[in-house]
Design a binder for this molecule. Structure first.
Ligand SMILES: Cc1cc2nc3c(=O)[nH]c(=O)nc-3n(C[C@H](O)[C@H](O)[C@H](O)COP(=O)(O)OP(=O)(O)OC[C@H]3O[C@@H](n4cnc5c(N)ncnc54)[C@H](O)[C@@H]3O)c2cc1C
Length: 357
C-alpha cells in the first residue's frame, strides 16, 4: 500500500496553501506528500477577502483591492481609508488553478479521493477536516452572496461596504456586505450572526433580492456567481496526537469575532514550513491568546445583546482605519487594543467579562 512522509487531509484552502508553501520552499524535493481530497473538480466556490496586513503567496489571484471601506447602521455611518493595508479579494478558482498547476509538476505529490487508499501509520498528518459534526445550536456566521452584473455603471468601485445594518435583525445580528469589483459588477452578501438551527433566517435569496431592489435601487441584474457558507463562531474539538496537526478552520485559524481565516491559514502554513524538519516537537500554533480572550467577551456580548451590535460596530469604526484593521487582523499592539476597547460600552462588556459561557 502507498506510504508517504506527509499526508494532508482536505485539499481546500488550508491543505493546498500548505502544500504550495512546502513545495515552493523545496521541502518536498526529497519528501513525499499525499493530499486526500474527495471533490470531483475544482471550480470557483469562494471569494476570500481580508486586509493585506502581511505578504502572502497569492497576489496574482487577487480579483480586486480597495483602500476605502464603509459601515452603516440606522444611527450613522463611517467611511475610512487605509493606504497601508488594502482590502483584497482572492478568487478561489485562480487560487486552485495556480496551486494545482504547480503541485502537478512535483512527482513526490499525489492526490487521493479517500484516506483508505493509503497507509498512514508512518506519516505525519495535517488535517483540515473537522473531527465531529459541529453543533448547530451554537452561534455561527452564516451567509450567502451573489455576484451580479448590471447594465449601467452604478457602483462606486473605489469603496467597499463592510457592513450595512439597515435591514431586518429578527433579534439576531444581520448585515449586508458589498464588494464592487467594477462599476457594474459586485458581490452582495447577506450575513447573519445567530444560532445556525434558526431556519427562519435562511431565506437568503429573497433577502438579497429585496436588498438589491429596495436599498440599492437596482431592478434588473444578472447573477454571475453564487457562494454560500457557514463559519462556526466556536473552535472545533480535536484530539491531540503526536503525529497530527489540525490546520485551517479545523485547526482554529478562524478569528471568532469576524470569521476571517484566509490570512491566518497563510501564516500557519509558513510556520509549519519553517518547522517542518522537526514538526513533531513544534509548538502548536495559535492566532493569539489575547484575541481569543477578547473575542470570547465580544461573543458573549453578541449573544446577550444582539440589538446593541450595530452600534458597537459603529463605535469601533470611529477609531483610525489602521487601528481597526490591525485589531481585526490580529496585528494590533497594546495601545491599539486599548483604543478599541475604550470605544466599547463599558457596562455590557464588564458584565460579559464576569459571565460564564
Ligand atoms: C463561502 C465562504 C466564503 C468565505 N469567505 C472568507 C473570506 O472572505 N475571508 C476569510 O478570511 N475567510 C473566509 N471564509 C472562511 C475560510 O477562509 C474558508 O472556509 C476556508 O476555505 C477554510 O479553509 P479550510 O481548508 O479549513 O476548509 P476548506 O477550504 O473547506 O477545505 C476543506 C477541504 O476538505 C475536503 N474534505 C471534506 N471532507 C473530507 C474528507 N472526509 N476527507 C478528505 N477531505 C475532505 C473538502 O472537499 C475541502 O476541499 C469563507 C468560507 C466560506 C464557506
Amino acid at each position: 500500500m502507498n506510504e508517504f512522509d506527509y499526508v494532508i487531509i482536505g485539499g481546500g484552502c488550508a491543505g493546498l496553501s500548505l502544500a504550495y508553501e512546502l513545495d515552493i520552499n523545496n521541502k518536498l524535493d526529497d519528501k513525499t506528500l499525499a493530499i486526500i481530497e474527495p471533490r470531483a473538480e475544482y471550480k470557483r466556490d469562494k471569494t476570500w477577502s481580508f486586509w493585506k496586513v502581511i505578504n502572502h503567496n497569492f497576489d496574482d489571484c487577487v480579483m480586486r483591492s480597495w483602500n476605502n471601506f464603509s459601515i452603516n447602521s440606522p444611527s450613522g455611518s463611517h467611511e475610512l481609508t487605509t493606504e497601508n493595508f488594502p482590502y483584497q479579494s482572492v478568487n478561489s478558482d485562480l487560487f486552485y488553478k495556480k496551486i494545482n498547476t504547480r503541485l502537478s509538476k512535483n512527482k513526490n505529490i499525489k492526490f487521493f479521493k479517500s484516506i483508505s487508499e493509503i497507509n498512514t501509520n508512518n506519516s505525519f498528518i495535517f488535517n483540515s477536516v473537522p473531527e465531529q459534526n459541529m453543533d448547530k445550536s451554537k452561534f455561527w456566521q452564516h451567509f450567502q452572496g451573489i455576484e451580479i452584473e448590471v447594465e449601467k455603471d452604478i457602483f462606486d468601485d473605489e469603496i467597499i461596504n463592510l457592513m450595512d445594518f439597515n435591514c431586518e435583525q429578527k433579534d439576531n445580528v444581520h448585515f449586508f456586505y458589498t464588494l464592487p469589483f467594477t462599476k457594474n459588477k459586485a458581490l452582495i452578501e447577506t450575513t447573519w450572526l445567530s444560532k445556525f438551527d434558526n431556519e427562519s433566517l435562511k431565506d437568503y435569496d429573497s433577502q438579497i433580492d429585496e436588498y438589491i431592489k429596495k436599498t440599492l435601487g437596482i431592478q434588473k441584474y444578472k447573477i454571475t456567481f453564487k457562494e454560500k457558507g457557514a463559519i462556526p463562531l466556536f473552535h472545533p474539538n480535536s484530539t491531540k496526537k503526536i503525529n497530527k496537526i489540525n490546520i485551517g478552520s479545523a485547526g482554529c485559524m478562524t478569528r471568532l469575532s469576524t470569521g476571517y481565516t484566509f490570512l491566518n491559514i497563510q501564516e500557519h502554513s509558513k510556520y509549519i514550513r519553517e518547522n517542518i524538519d522537526n514538526i513533531v516537537n513544534a509548538k502548536i500554533y495559535n492566532i493569539g491568546k489575547k484575541y481569543e480572550f477578547l473575542d470570547a467577551i465580544f461573543l458573549r456580548v453578541l449573544k446577550e445583546y444582539p440589538e446593541k451590535m450595530p452600534d458597537i460596530f459603529l463605535r469601533m469604526f470611529e477609531s483610525k482605519a489602521n487601528t481597526i484593521v490591525k485589531f481585526l487582523s490580529n496585528k494590533s499592539n497594546f495601545l491599539e487594543d486599548l483604543l478599541i476597547i475604550l470605544k466599547m460600552p463599558k457596562l455590557v462588556f464588564l458584565k460579559a467579562i464576569f459571565k460564564n459561557d
